[in-house]
Design a protein around this ligand. Structure first.
Ligand code: ADP
Length: 619
């Protein structure tokens, strides 16, 4: 695992050819080469890579390079269909077998497997472990078994599926066939459950970095949520994004408001009728709408690689959930933006739900919530915070891809004095009021509740009157996040902690943010990906992609990913040979789409009078 990057990345032997031929890729993502080597060597393995890390390729490429058929266990029928469609579009012989097929279609698939014409067979776990299926598999040449979303075997995971526990039978039923498990879940105990639950034998453990350098993280207080969401959408015209809300009501409201603002958005939550939900999901996957506004019910099985932004309109309940949900952005490795808007009400809401929920899960859930709150109000590199949370170390001094490291957050002047003013006010209020009321007192508000309690008479009334109300609220949250204040009970009453008393005595200085006025959102290093790209041509090619996808009734990204379109709009090839050089163009795509894209590129470049067949800087 300590191999230099250039060696680890160099595609080798037959796998390199497969990668180029079917996917048009010329290098491996981290750990892909190692994971594929395990498959080729027939050694059991557990591969943990973050969402978008490229797990599918770890088994798909070796399946094409090895004799026999690879069996892929996948939990969702929709996921299976997408993967098989994408593989076939690349010219790879794949099939699935599940309840959506008629008996005739099923017979056809089994006969194709028998004759060796299918190299990858997808199936759901409950079907694989049937005696009849196992008998069939024993009679054909199985190259290996890959278990996708392997964390579903663990009761500790966030997505336990009882049918996964049956998969432990595979080892006995198919002696000598290696099993490879894939997941994005980093928790140690989940990994242990996978190894024992699937009876993996001395597996190679490959755990990737949890950093996603192409994601730019920003955390802001949700002061004018709709406006803040619209600003993100405006930065990504015509591109896909997800807006997560905590409640179904909020989903409906935000989706409605965005539509009114002329944005092609649609809602998604578990309270909707199945048909409406499926329709909206489909519209999002096929790029007929740009923004899906959803609860956490939306996500699993959504393999869309070109999601350019994920906004959380409320704080999620844990950092694991946040990483998973925000991780749905930028799976294609291109830059994407994740904005988390939090408010003091979010933890109160979650706390109530947790307290009403399963008692056994309460303690862990409250701890996770706390950690999430700390992350939200922290004033430190977000990439580092995430990576360290998952027990890994973070090497970079400055990630250049979060609001802290991009210098978008300015530190407040005189943090000690301001913090002392806030803490004294909490003390004067006898530690009996919440953040909202405390902020009003500090700001010298004329609010009737402040007058009613005679808080206008307090010595701390109005001592922060020169600051904006939301800034004071932010500071209170930051003091909570840094453990100087605590929110207690249903109403989040503020109490001073031992650490807070140290601040009052001037022994420690907290960090307070002064939200910079109208900061220009900086560009991340990853945005170099647009270098040399002709935006007009990119847009024209995107339209062409949509038309072709609609004709074939497949999601747009199955025709070409954004990476490929950008590379086309950068290189502007006019010959078949040059087109084959484009990232993401393999043999099948060259055959199926080469001509029509070449025509579009030539026509655009001639009309606009711009250079074609650009070689320099084409990587
Ligand atoms: P995961 O399952 O780990 O979330 P995927 O397998 O869906 O990730 O891969 C995410 C995206 O990255 C896909 O669009 C895939 O084609 C692309 N990808 C995977 N490996 C590579 C590679 N070596 N080079 C370029 N793109 C890749």
């Amino acid at each position: 695992m300590d191999r230099p990057a250039e060696i680890a990345n160099a595609p080798h032997g037959r796998l390199g050819e497969v990668l180029e031929e079917y996917w048009g890729y010329d290098s491996f993502r981290p750990l892909q080469a190692e994971a594929m080597d395990c498959v080729l060597a027939g050694r059991d393995s557990l591969v943990v890579l973050p969402t978008g890390g490229g797990k599918s390729l770890c088994y798909q490429a070796p399946a094409l390079a090895m004799p026999g058929v690879a069996i892929i266990v996948s939990p969702l029928i929709s996921l299976m269909k997408d993967q098989v469609d994408a593989l076939r579009a690349n010219g790879a012989p794949a099939a699935f077998i599940n309840s959506s097929l008629s008996p005739d279609e099923r017979r056809k698939v089994t006969s194709l497997v028998r004759s060796g014409e299918v190299k990858l067979l997808y199936a759901a776990p409950e079907r694989i472990v049937r005696d009849q299926t196992l008998q069939f598999l024993s009679s054909v040449d199985v190259s290996f078994v890959a278990i996708d979303e392997a964390h579903c075997v663990s009761t500790w995971g966030h997505d336990f599926r009882p049918e996964y526990t049956e998969l432990g039978r595979l080892k006995q039923a198919l002696p000598g066939v290696a099993i490879h498990a894939y997941t994005a879940t980093a928790a140690d105990r989940v990994q242990q459950d996978i190894i024992s639950g699937l009876s993996l034998q001395t597996p190679e453990l490959l755990i990737g970095s949890f950093d996603r350098p192409n994601l730019v993280y920003r955390v802001r207080r949700g002061t004018r949520k709709l406006e803040q969401i619209e600003q993100v959408i405006a930065r990504h015209p015509g591109e896909s994004g997800i807006v997560y809300c905590i409640s179904r009501n909020e989903v409906e409201r935000v989706a409605g408001q965005l539509k009114e603002a002329g944005i092609r958005a649609a809602p998604y939550h578990a309270g909707m009728a199945d048909t409406a939900r499926a329709r909206n999901q489909e519209a999002f996957l096929t790029d007929h709408i740009e923004v899906i506004v959803a609860t956490v019910a939306f996500g699993m099985g959504i393999d869309k690689p070109n999601v350019r932004f994920v906004v959380h309109a409320g704080m999620p309940k844990s950092l694991e959930a946040y990483v998973q949900e925000s991780g749905r952005a930028g799976r294609d490795g291109l830059e994407a933006e994740c904005l988390l808007l939090y408010s003091g009400k979010d933890p109160v809401l979650w706390r109530r739900m947790i307290e009403e929920g399963e008692p056994a899960a309460r303690e862990g859930a409250l701890r996770s919530l706390d950690e999430m709150q700390t992350f939200s109000s922290a004033v430190a590199c977000r990439h580092r915070a995430i990576v360290e949370y998952f027990g890994q170390s973070f090497e970079k001094e400055n990630c250049a891809a979060c609001d802290c490291c991009l210098g978008e957050l300015k530190l407040a002047a005189e943090p000690l004095v301001n913090a002392q003013k806030i803490l004294s006010c909490v003390a004067r209020l006898d530690q009996r009021f919440g953040a909202g009321h405390t902020a009003k007192v500090l700001a010298g508000s004329k609010d009737q509740n402040v007058a009613k309690f005679n808080h206008t008479e307090l010595s701390t009334y109005g001592i922060l009157r020169h600051e904006h109300g939301t800034t004071i609220r932010d500071w209170i949250e930051q003091l909570v996040g840094q453990g100087h204040l605590e929110k207690v009970g249903e109403y989040g009453v503020l109490q001073i902690t031992a650490a807070g008393r140290q601040v009052l005595r001037g022994e420690t200085t907290p960090v307070l943010l002064a939200p910079a006025k109208r900061v220009k959102e900086s560009r991340s290093a990853a945005e170099d990906n647009w270098e040399g790209v002709d935006r007009g041509l990119f847009d024209a090619l995107r339209e062409l992609r949509s038309e072709l996808a609609a004709e074939r009734s497949v999601p747009a990204y199955i025709v070409f990913g954004d990476t490929a379109l950008r590379d086309m709009a950068r290189r502007r090839p006019t010959t078949t040979e040059a087109f084959a050089e484009v990232r993401g163009v393999g043999a099948a795509k060259l055959r199926d789409f080469g001509k029509v894209f070449l025509e579009a590129i030539t026509q655009y470049c001639t009309t606009m009078g711009i250079a074609t067949d650009v070689v320099e800087g084409g990587q």
